[in-house]
Design a binder for this molecule. Structure first.
Ligand SMILES: [Zn+2]
Length: 82
């Protein structure tokens, strides 16, 4: 079951602070009031997990422009500058 975060209408609350987490089924209706203090709460929509953007690998010419030496594997297993 997902864990939902609730924020009290008047934060910070003396009893539940700046919110609380409540584990409930995704089908269950959101809590309307804080089970601790009874004041109105609103459910915070769960944030999607931040996935880092996959950047395209630098091309060899871009790497050279950026000052990297680009090494190329030769047939005998050594590396040489391109
Ligand atoms: Zn409270």
């Amino acid at each position: 079951m997902p864990l939902y975060r609730y924020l009290p209408a008047k934060a910070p609350c003396k009893l539940c602070g700046d919110g609380f987490e409540h584990r409930q089924s995704a089908q269950d209706p959101a809590l309307a009031s804080c089970p601790t203090c009874g004041q109105t709460v609103s459910r915070v929509m769960p944030q999607p997990v931040n996935t880092p953007k996959i950047t395209a690998p630098l091309s060899i010419s871009r790497a050279k422009q950026a000052g990297f030496s680009v090494l190329k594997r030769t047939s005998n297993g050594d590396f040489e500058k391109q």
